[in-house]
Write a protein that binds this ligand. Structure first.
Ligand code: ADP
Ligand code: MG
Length: 364
């Protein structure tokens, strides 16, 4: 067996695997989340995020691998510490508050080893921290979604766990409320100095919330790092596309490099004659006075600029380069653009990301 690196003070997963029938849901996951840190586990539906989280929580057993919480082995090598004894707080999308219990009793629920008076004092203190002391006597069904979320947060933190596990905690909220609650939740979690693992399928959320982001695909972590590391040095095409998508071109590598509509891109180690895919982020493709010709198909505001969807005029596509049906580019906020208008697009070839591509379909 290979050496296992030391677990951290928060949550550590080592070599976690889990199969359901023929389906390898988790295929060898290693993760570390330190106290005071938020790690977002990001990936498409079905890639194994929830199973990983459930294994960390102890709700699911792995086939192989180790789980450490606060440096203590809680799963593996014959150990299985049940969820309530792991020092781990959980939150799911539906919050799972107990309908027959008052808000205060909900928050006190995990404190049954403390004397009654202390349970109440601590529950009230947690409620005050999320600004809901006035609702202590209320019942969950009388509360808004946002209030229920904050009560779930208070309940989760009341037993002072070292590790917090949240599965899509903001997905059930409408956009404006989500933004606010994300802010207050994160502030409270930082104050509590816990290790936080948040599962999400939303790249924007992961980039806003995570100190680190672990990108998951088909049961594996395919890249892990800070949002800035993923932005600057994406190791997989999926990471390029996390920040507002990507324009993906395909071509065979020539001895000079990789041809693209925006010029020759360095081959990044892909062998001459092999298929490569070249990705340009929409933000790096600009409306310009020169460059390739394209026809506007659609226009929409996007992140303080205007995003233009355009069809490249075929004559401007270098030989052997396959283009998506339309490309996305950025224009200044005030640009007057209408469908059918001819425009020119340019990009710095150094902003192109090249990856090997075996079947030309790849990931997109
Ligand atoms: P995610 O949370 O990323 O959407 P999941 O971890 O829920 O993914 O699921 C990963 C894969 O494992 C999926 O193919 C899913 O159908 C399968 N799976 C998860 N839980 C079970 C289960 N209890 N029984 C059978 N298959 C499951
Ligand atoms: Mg899930």
């Amino acid at each position: 067996m290979s050496a296992v690196t030391e677990p951290v003070d928060g949550l550590s997963l080592r070599g976690i695997t889990r199969r359901f029938g023929a389906r390898q849901a988790v295929a060898g996951v290693d993760l570390d989340v330190r106290r005071g840190q938020v790690l977002c586990l990001l990936g498409p539906s079905g890639c194994g995020k929830s199973t990983t989280l459930r294994i960390a929580a102890g709700l699911e057993r792995p086939d192989t691998g180790l789980v450490f919480a606060a440096g203590r082995l809680v799963e593996g090598n014959g150990h299985h510490v049940p969820p309530e004894q792991r020092g781990v707080g959980l939150m799911f999308q539906d919050y799972a508050l107990f309908p027959h219990l008052s808000v205060r009793a909900n928050v006190a629920f995990g404190l049954n080893r403390l004397p009654r008076a202390e349970q109440i004092a601590r529950a009230d203190r947690e409620l005050a921290r999320v600004g809901l002391a006035r609702l202590a006597e209320a019942y969950p069904h009388t509360l808004s979604g946002g209030e229920q979320q904050r009560i779930a947060l208070a309940r989760m933190l009341a037993p002072e766990p070292a590790v917090i596990l949240m599965d899509e905690p903001f997905s059930g909220l409408d956009a404006s409320l989500r933004e606010t609650l994300r802010g207050t939740t994160l502030a409270r979690l930082r104050e509590a100095n816990v290790a936080v693992l948040i599962v999400t399928h939303d790249p924007d959320e992961a980039m806003r919330v995570g100190d680190r982001v672990a990108l998951m695909g088909a049961g594996k972590i395919i890249q892990e790092g800070t949002p800035l590391e993923l932005y600057r040095a994406p190791k997989v095409p999926q990471a390029v596309a996390l920040f507002g998508g990507a324009n993906v071109f395909h071509t065979k590598v020539t001895p000079e490099g990789v041809r693209s509509p925006f010029g020759l891109v360095p081959a990044n180690g892909v062998a001459t004659g092999s298929w490569a895919e070249i990705l340009f982020r929409p933000g790096n493709v600009r409306l310009a006075d020169r460059g390739i010709q394209a026809v506007v198909v659609g226009v929409r505001p996007f992140g303080g600029a205007t995003e233009v969807e355009a069809r490249i005029v075929p004559d401007f596509l270098p030989e052997g380069v396959e283009s998506p049906a339309t490309v996305r580019a950025s224009a200044p906020p005030g640009a007057l653009l209408i469908p059918g208008l001819e425009i020119r697009l340019e990009a710095d070839p150094n902003d192109g990301f090249v990856f090997p591509c075996f079947d030309k379909v790849c990931w997109a």
